[in-house]
Design a protein around this ligand. Structure first.
Ligand code: GLC
Ligand code: GLC
Length: 807
């Protein structure tokens, strides 16, 4: 069942009912100011950091789930409704929510009054604009009352949700003209405030939540709305909020346009006050300037155009016409859009990530980068340098860092032994994309320590050596606290409720990971290529030798007979083996080892992929483990804490499915490679939105697996490494444009029905128009000339290259 449809021409998903299985959200904001917005107007705003600079309040875990956000109440003929359906919940005559690139529009209608509410964040200002257009479509005049409302968060979202003994006393606001200013904590240590404005004359306002709601009311029918009259309250503590009331007489056919702005203002310390600080009147000049930039219809319309152009530019670097509209919409629109959202949000703020917990993960950020490096290469460059700065001199790394401080986060720990290798992967991807080797010479500190700066290349070397310096009894890499699978905790034995599975005390252990071994082969080759480019031929030879040895070790000690083993635990027992009762086979090494080329010549690769398909794959994707763990295994950690079929314990953990798909392309199996792609791809499973439940335009982290009670049900939408890896898979391996150090390797691997594919790829400033057709006369023609390899050398910036690829 579907709840909407894709409007590809507008690059929108159009939701036709507020009754989606879960809130279906979108993200507003491109640089520093952001908003999450659901299809009923829910969500919240923040400036840069969702924990420390939250403007509006949102209650996760609320009942009902998605209250708050941008609230509008329209009263006409004594009936009150919301153009976003919530909070008023009055059934509407018409409702549509259009989620587009950086904006969301609600089109609704009630009793002959039509409304269009457009919400977006301008590309270069720190505010969210809500433009409400109301039109009387009847032949009679209408008396209309409009109430807008939002609830302020007292900046630090974690403190706001816990420290009530203080927070109920500190809330402060000012009101001047049509603007409500939120200035809690401004008098002492904050140099920022928020405001909520409207560009038309108001008939009243409120800023005290309790008064606004009334004694036993809730957001569905606040007392102020019910009575059609504001109280003009000034909040002193409790919960400051902002509400405007506007009143109109709309003649038949008459339309009115109202612009609301929620803004964030930072003021230099010496300019904080309008007059002496003791007077407590804040300096509103910068707010007024911001408001004046957007107070006309034309200014807002122009800004919407600027936003569309901004996204045109970002999404234009890779476009496909494949003859399959579902594929086209993922490649051209939604997959790339999601990659950009993970660039902005990492794992901080979604409807599953509270914005208070996880900072920037080392491995997550390196992998996210694979999905946006072609879109914003300059920003990818900065990101790599930030990540490398939390590495230790021995090559290990903090597992996370905070975006505001860019310092490693001791709470999340270190010793996740896959982390260092991802740094090689993202740097290699950056240089392949840009040809910019200068990044390798950038001086980057270790552990952010002044004086420890070394060229980035030394960091990569430290990453490479870290694996070699941490080998276990079988010469496989030690896993440390965990590898990519954060929940396979072979060194941390936790039986204490509430304790972190991942950072509890380590036991002495020599547990080893076949997955990291596969990664070492994959990224070790890239490291060797970079060594050659730096003229370090001996080092390259040595690296290749180590990679070769690791390859052999995997085939010897990492092979279980029909698939790759997952690991050896701290007792030296096998994990992911036919000898195990549960957890006989896990997906990660099947994908990663074959991607790295391990076992391709010997036939083990094919065998492993067949086994993965046989035991792990079902209609909704390929599960992480089979059989799922039925009891808690102290020696395996968090993985076995999840009920069978959920999360790491046997769900379809979407992030690793593309590895398997890429692996299938490595053995030339185009049909299964594409099937793996299709099974979890949002556009292809839109029809089962009632089962899948999360948004049909973006990937989720996890889909309940075949052993779950609710197979096919997804959770954790939006902020997942799935976005980057599915994009790498479709753009580089299935459609086949692989950026490499010396150019583009063109190696499509597509099922037969794709027989006339057109791709446009901007690469190092040149535009490649690529056509893929079927032919017996196979090969690649560049500007009419057949080339004798599948690598197209990088063309000069500004040129256009026409390529025909016959497969
Ligand atoms: C989550 C984490 C990621 C990890 C994955 C598997 O997505 O963010 O770092 O690799 O789970 O455990
Ligand atoms: C939990 C999650 C896992 C995630 C990790 C992040 O363990 O189950 O998916 O990677 O937290 O640290």
């Amino acid at each position: 069942m579907k709840y909407g449809f894709f409007d590809d021409a507008k690059r929108e998903y159009v939701i036709e009912t507020p009754f989606t299985p879960l809130p279906w959200i979108n993200y507003l904001g491109s640089n520093e100011f952001f908003g999450l917005i659901s299809n009923t107007g829910g969500g919240y705003n923040f400036y840069r950091d969702a924990k420390l600079r939250r403007l509006t309040r949102y209650r996760y875990n609320n009942v009902p789930r998605d209250t708050g956000g941008r609230m509008f109440y329209i009263t006409d003929d004594s009936e009150t409704w919301s153009p976003t359906f919530l909070p008023a919940k009055t059934p509407l005559d018409a409702y549509k929510c259009r989620h587009g690139m950086g904006y969301t529009v609600f089109e609704s209608e009630m009793n002959g009054l039509s409304s269009e509410l457009t919400c977006f964040v301008p590309v270069k200002d720190n505010c969210e604009i809500n433009r409400l257009i109301l039109k009387n479509t009847t032949g009679e005049k209408k008396e209309v009352g409009i109430v807008s409302a939002l609830e302020f968060c007292l900046w630090n979202a974690a403190d706001d949700g816990t420290n009530f003994q203080r927070n109920y006393n500190i809330g402060e606001v000012e009101v001047e003209d049509q603007v409500i200013y939120h200035k809690t904590e401004y008098r002492e240590r904050r140099n920022h405030y928020a405001f909520y404005s409207v560009n038309q004359k108001t008939a009243g306002f409120d800023t005290d939540l309790d008064t606004f709601l009334g004694k036993f009311n809730n957001y569905e029918i606040p007392e102020v709305v019910e009575e059609g009259k504001c109280r003009n309250t000034i909040a002193h503590g409790w919960s400051p909020m902002a509400c405007h009331r506007l009143e109109y007489t709309l003649q038949p056919g008459e339309e009115t346009e109202i612009i609301f702005i929620l803004g964030y203002i930072e003021v230099a310390k010496e300019d904080k006050w309008d007059g002496p600080a003791a007077g407590g009147v804040i300096n509103k000049k910068p707010a007024k300037e911001l408001i004046s930039r957007y107070n006309t219809s034309k200014a807002v319309a122009d800004e919407l155009t600027a936003l569309a152009e901004y996204w045109d530019k970002l999404l234009g670097k890779y476009t496909a016409e494949t003859g399959d509209e579902k594929l086209d919409r993922m490649v051209n629109i939604w997959n790339q859009y999601q990659c950009m959202i993970t660039f902005n949000m990492s794992r901080s703020a979604s409807y599953y990530e509270s914005g208070q917990g996880r900072g920037m993960g080392f491995r997550d950020s390196c992998q996210d980068l694979l999905g946006f490096v072609h879109i914003v290469p300059e920003r990818a460059r900065e990101r790599i340098l930030d990540i490398a700065a939390i590495q230790f001199e021995n090559g290990g790394a903090w597992h996370q860092y905070q975006p505001l401080t860019k310092r490693g986060n001791a709470d999340a720990g270190m010793g996740f032994n896959d982390d260092p290798l991802w740094l090689i992967g993202c740097t290699y991807a950056y240089i392949s994309e840009t040809g910019d080797y200068s990044i390798l010479d950038e001086l980057v500190p270790f552990e952010n320590k002044e004086g420890s700066e070394k060229p980035l290349f030394d960091h990569l070397r430290a990453s490479f050596n870290y694996t070699l310096n941490n080998l276990g009894p079988h010469n496989l890499p030690l896993i440390g606290r965990a590898d990519w699978n954060d929940c396979l905790n072979l060194n941390c034995f936790s039986d204490e409720p509430g304790e972190s599975f991942q950072t509890c005390a380590n036991i002495e252990s020599e547990a080893e990971s076949v997955f990291i071994a596969g990664m070492f082969v994959f990224y070790g080759k890239q490291f060797a290529e970079l060594c050659i480019k730096r003229g370090l031929n001996d080092e390259a030879d040595k690296a290749i030798e180590s990679v070769k040895q690791m390859n052999e070790t995997i085939l010897k000690h990492g092979w279980d007979g029909e698939w790759f083993l997952r690991a050896y635990d701290s007792n030296g027992d096998k994990v992911g083996s036919s000898e195990c009762n549960d957890g006989k086979i896990l997906i990660e090494p099947q994908g990663m080892c074959v991607m790295a080329g391990v076992g391709i010549e010997s036939g083990q690769a094919k065998k492993a992929l067949e086994s993965a398909k046989k035991y792990l794959t079902f209609e909704y994707g390929t599960c992480l483990v089979y059989p799922a763990y039925k009891e808690y295994h102290l020696n395996l950690g968090e993985i076995s804490s999840y009920p069978p079929g959920y999360k790491e314990n046997g769900s379809v953990f979407c992030h690793n499915n593309p590895w398997l798909s890429i692996a299938e392309t490595m053995v030339g199996n185009a049909d299964e490679a594409f099937e793996i792609y299709r099974r979890t791809c949002p556009a292809y499973i839109e029809d089962i939105s009632d089962i899948h439940r999360t948004e049909p335009y973006v990937y989720s982290q996890t889909i309940a697996g075949k052993e779950a009670a609710t197979p096919g049900e997804a959770k954790n939408s939006w902020l997942t490494g799935t976005a980057a890896w599915t994009y790498v898979n479709i753009s580089q391996y299935l459609l086949g444009i692989q950026p490499e150090l010396d150019g583009i390797r063109l190696k499509p691997c597509l099922p037969g029905k794709y027989n006339n594919v057109k791709l446009k790829r901007t690469f190092r400033g040149a535009v490649y128009n690529i056509t893929i057709v079927r032919s017996d006369d196979k090969g690649i023609w560049v500007d009419g000339n057949k080339i004798d390899s599948d690598v197209i050398p990088a063309a000069s910036s500004g040129s256009t290259v026409n390529v025909e690829c016959r497969i």
